[in-house]
Design a protein. Structure first.
Length: 202
């Protein structure tokens, strides 16, 4: 096992110190905690860790009822070089009976338009899948990509992967990329807040 360099040792020494200044978190003995009954937190981050944190991909978890909200968390620097946490749009996960992306089923004016510019009604939608009224007889006839027309006026480009079809309804996995994925998450998060507004009251 490689030993730590002097710079790395200094970094960890700065992180965990019993002094009142410097470091990120101050590790204290039970006697120290009993003496002042407080834990000091500083915004000063050693440069070695600052470089790592600047590239880190972090996620913040919030739980409300039987839902988990996974917020992408990005650490950005302001003009003074201080880190500012910026939360992205969360993925809403339903953990009741298992873990899966939350699905909205009371959709209005949400359709899929395929390459032939034919709108198809969407019956349910999550960030990973949807169900639609079938217009094609077989899976092979279903388009591999199209536009998801959301009721807020946004158009989201998605790829399709049919899963099953019965009673005139087809279920398919979907995949959106980049800004399209962000727009879909925002739509679903807004729908969740609107439907379960009582859960978001402070």
């Amino acid at each position: 096992m490689n030993s730590l360099t002097e710079e790395e040792l200094a970094c960890f020494s700065d992180l965990f110190t019993s002094s009142k200044t410097g470091g990120l978190l101050h590790a204290k003995t039970d006697a120290d905690v009993m003496a002042d009954n407080a834990l000091s937190v500083s915004t000063e981050i050693p440069q070695v860790l600052a470089n790592i944190l600047g590239e880190a991909k972090l996620t913040l978890l919030a739980e409300i009822s039987h839902y988990r909200l996974w917020f992408p968390l990005v650490l950005k620097r302001d003009e003074l070089g201080q880190f500012i946490p910026v939360l992205g749009v969360p993925e809403v996960v339903d953990i009741l009976g298992g873990e899966r992306s939350w699905r909205v089923t009371d959709l209005k004016d949400v359709t899929v338009i395929d390459n032939a510019d034919q709108p198809v009604e969407v019956l349910s939608l999550s960030s990973s899948g949807l169900t639609i009224k079938m217009r094609h007889e077989t899976h092979a006839d279903m388009p591999k990509s199209g536009k998801l027309m959301l009721s807020n006026g946004l158009e989201v480009d998605v790829d399709f992967e049919p899963v099953r079809a019965e009673n005139g309804i087809m279920a398919a996995k979907i995949n959106a990329h980049g800004e399209a994925r962000e727009a879909l998450r925002q739509f679903l998060f807004s729908a969740h807040k609107a439907k379960y507004s009582h859960l978001y009251k402070i």
